[in-house]
Write a protein that binds this ligand. Structure first.
Ligand code: HEC
Ligand code: HEC
Length: 320
């Protein structure tokens, strides 16, 4: 399933260009839980987040049929499919994507997307043309795949119309840095290891919640810092706007002048940059291969990992 491009290149006896050699694992883009990962135990303590009167327990935030509504004024009332899902197979969209849809680096920001595009992606998850390149993350995607098979057309329309109507929001501060906090991977995202110091960034994006407790509580307002290599925002902008002498195609030609989406292609600004790298890689590797992804495929075919990092640094740094 993976790397059909390299496979075809070998089969035809010519060298795959080195630029098409992005390889997994990329643990910073596809965080997985370490084998010794143990979820925190619920002590029954009430959890709070800033500027909210709601209190919930850890068991409640982990309930996939419950979407903690920390900031009801930020969004319209959630339809029941978003707030509570439908047992047993359709988990509440808001429990993972947050009540207003802005998501986190472990899943996807749904704000700014059209209802049609969202429904197409759920269909792609259902028919298997969209999956993840990292086998260890299949477990994370499994619930989304399961619900895509059980959700009715009406429920899906209600959920995607709801998310399409919430404000388009960014939670990412993209910061160019030579050194980054040392991080650990748990709960499908990176977080700084307390008092562990720093390390060189290398060719990576290190995206962490500013407050990991609020992240765990699924606070929709929690912000993320995405450290990117120095100079990558400007280089990403050049590549995105010019296509880099034929290496790719100007993103605006399909995603719109402001990259906020068109009838053909979705909005790509203000997304989690690790999510963006995953999508570029998944499309290049053939693990996102539906009709929409086929339109995008020639654009990613010759991208290097550095190109993907720079495009993500640039697009994620643009606020709606
Ligand atoms: C158990 C957690 C979970 C639940 C519940 C969930 N999702 Fe997702 N969703 C994910 C993950 C994980 C991804 C994929 C992220 C990736 O590809 O890296 C995703 C991706 C998506 C995407 C693709 C976004 C894009 O930009 O292409 C859409 C649309 C979506 N979900 C809609 C929904 C809807 C609608 C519901 C409720 C009916 C829902 N999700 C419930 C975890 C969840
Ligand atoms: C020829 C048209 C075309 C061009 C040019 C193009 N894209 Fe796309 N892109 C698409 C389409 C169509 C999709 C939706 C794929 C699907 O339906 O699965 C997409 C999807 C994406 C996604 C995934 C969005 C999500 O929410 O999951 C990202 C990220 C992306 N494009 C980034 C870029 C960048 C960066 C550029 C410029 C280097 C670019 N695209 C150029 C057509 C294009």
């Amino acid at each position: 399933m993976t790397r059909p491009l390299a496979f075809v290149a070998l089969a035809f006896g010519f060298m795959a260009s080195p630029s098409a050699a992005v390889e997994l694992p990329l643990p910073w883009a596809y965080p997985v839980n370490p084998p010794d990962f143990r979820a925190e135990v619920d002590t029954g303590e009430s959890r709070h987040v800033p500027d909210s009167d709601l209190t919930v327990t850890l068991t409640q935030v982990r309930d996939l049929f419950y979407s903690p509504d920390w900031h009801p004024a930020d969004h319209q009332p959630q339809p029941s499919i978003v707030a509570n899902g439908r047992k047993p197979d359709v988990q509440a969209c808001g429990s993972c994507h947050r009540a207003d849809g802005r998501g986190g680096p472990e899943n996807a920001n749904l704000t700014g997307l059209s209802a049609e595009y969202m429904a197409r992606q759920v269909e792609a998850l259902r028919n298997g043309t969209r999956t993840t390149s990292e086998p260890k993350r299949v477990l994370l995607l499994a619930k989304m795949v399961q619900l895509s098979k059980s959700i009715t057309e009406e429920e899906l329309a209600r959920a995607s119309e709801y998310f399409a109507h919430q404000p388009y929001r960014s939670m990412i501060d993209v910061v160019e840095a030579d050194v980054v906090p040392k991080t650990r991977s748990a709960d499908w995202h990176l977080s700084p290891i307390p008092n562990a110091g720093t390390e060189p960034i290398g060719n990576r994006i290190i995206e962490v919640p500013v407050d990991n407790d609020y992240f765990t509580s699924r606070d929709s307002r929690v912000r993320y810092t995405a450290y990117v290599p120095p100079g990558s925002i400007a280089r990403g902008k050049l590549l995105a706007t010019t296509g880099g002498d034929g290496r790719t195609v100007a993103c605006s030609s399909c995603h719109g002048a402001d990259l906020k989406g068109t009838a053909v292609a979705p909005a790509i600004i203000a997304r989690s940059p690790s999510y963006v790298v995953r999508q570029l890689f998944d499309i290049q590797a053939g693990n996102r291969s539906g009709a929409g992804a086929a339109i995008m495929k020639p654009t990613v075919e010759h991208l290097t990992l550095t190109d993907m990092i720079e495009l993500a640094a640039y697009t994620s740094s643009i606020a709606p």
